[in-house]
Design a protein around this ligand. Structure first.
Ligand SMILES: NC(=O)c1ccc[n+]([C@@H]2O[C@H](COP(=O)([O-])OP(=O)(O)OC[C@H]3O[C@@H](n4cnc5c(N)ncnc54)[C@H](O)[C@@H]3O)[C@@H](O)[C@H]2O)c1
Length: 344
């Protein structure tokens, strides 16, 4: 079987880490025809739009996309292209696993959890405006719907069921945000009744942040509204050794786009310095989604093995970030490709 996949390299470190990931994905032997498309800051400069319609049309046609991070101007400029892609393609579920790798310094070595973040509504719904011309006050609306809550919570329980996971934790702030977060929590409790074999519990988001730092091993599948899921997934990235290690998938009813959790790290653009593992692991999530389970497992196994050996890792996985034995982005990919070829 051969797949046609839309490929967006992205901004900053994007082209380098995506190139590394493409080499690793191809080393599994899965046949892929990449359809290269553009989005982000660079294409905005060239075409006047950061998200050309052609790019969206390509993902709609192929039903699957693989992308690098895209820069969003902070506090001004165009709306996040990532958010636009997720909303326009109805990619309502953002799957963000965080797991420990042996050999990563200073991190827990027994974390295996998945954050499932609602990806299209909440505080990212796009209702964001100034109250007056002088910009003395701003309003951002946190729209949570019953439909959006039902489908993300059901996605979380179905994911738990299919992956043999035991518990779903719903994260909210229903004590204060009684309508928006309150609705999400109420719906989560209702959906949970359809899954009697999966334990269900809830946590207020501030407590959840503390619990994750102290006892991350107690958590399995975490389902959260958009902003809370976004923040908690970076926290979990920190617990397992950094953003260089956390992959993600944006999944809808019939379309999915895979990308690392991290951003475009503009300071490392063109330096062959960034860790490609989050992007490579996003490739493994993509192969799993496509049903290429063996190829997906091979990538996870090869990444784990290279990190454990500790010879071909980037600066962020060294105890001392200035350790001169750290290697570059492409050298990590070389080592992972070699490891994949050695797996029987
Ligand atoms: N999905 C996406 O495309 C996405 C996600 C998050 C942020 N962004 C955008 O990225 C830009 C930069 O944002 P930011 O600085 O807050 O977040 P960032 O994730 O780019 O960087 C945060 C920190 O992690 C480090 N880092 C990130 N990826 C790394 C990697 N692969 N290897 C080693 N170190 C890595 C960076 O150097 C930085 O210190 C912003 O424009 C933001 O909007 C895009």
């Amino acid at each position: 079987m051969s797949y046609k996949i839309t490929l967006i390299e992205g901004d900053g470190i994007g082209p380098s880490i995506v190139q590394a990931a493409v080499r690793v994905i191809e080393a599994t032997g899965v046949k892929i025809q990449w359809e290269k498309q553009y989005a982000g800051e660079d294409v905005m400069d060239k075409t006047g739009t950061p998200l050309p319609e052609e790019t969206l049309d390509s993902i709609k046609k192929n039903k699957i996309g693989f992308k690098g991070p895209l820069t969003t101007p902070i506090g001004k400029g165009f709306r996040s292209v990532n958010v636009q892609i997720r909303q326009r393609l109805k990619l309502f579920a953002n799957l963000r696993p965080a797991f420990s790798f042996k050999g990563v310094p200073g991190a827990y070595d027994d974390i295996d959890l998945v954050i499932i973040r609602e990806n299209t509504e909440g505080l990212y719904c796009g209702v964001d405006y100034w109250v007056d011309e002088d910009q003395t006050a701003g309003i951002s609306q946190n729209i949570i719907t019953r439909k959006g809550s039902e489908r993300i919570v059901r996605f979380a329980f179905e994911y738990a069921k299919n992956k043999g996971r035991k518990k779903v934790t719903a994260v909210h702030k229903a004590n204060i945000l009684k309508c928006s977060s309150g609705l999400f929590l109420r719906v989560a409790g209702e959906i949970a009744k359809d899954y009697p074999n999966i334990q269900f519990e809830d946590r207020i988001v501030d407590n959840m942040a503390m619990q994750l730092v102290k006892r991350p091993q107690e958590y399995d599948v975490i389902v959260a509204t958009n902003l809370f899921g976004d923040i908690l997934s970076d926290l979990c990235a920190g617990l397992v050794g950094g953003l260089g290690l956390t992959p993600s998938g944006n999944i809808g009813d019939s379309i999915a786009v895979f990308e690392p959790v991290h951003g475009s790290a503009p300071k490392y653009k063109g330096q062959n310095k960034a860790n490609p593992c989050a992007t490579i692991l996003s490739g493994a999530l993509m192969l799993d989604y496509l049903g290429e389970k063996e190829a997906s497992k091979k990538i996870f196994q090869a990444v784990a093995s290279v990190i454990k050996k500790g010879k071909a890792v980037t600066y962020d996985l060294k105890q001392d970030r200035n350790d001169s034995s750290a290697v570059g982005t492409q050298e990590v990919a070389d080592a992972i490709v070699k490891e994949i070829r050695s797996i029987k």
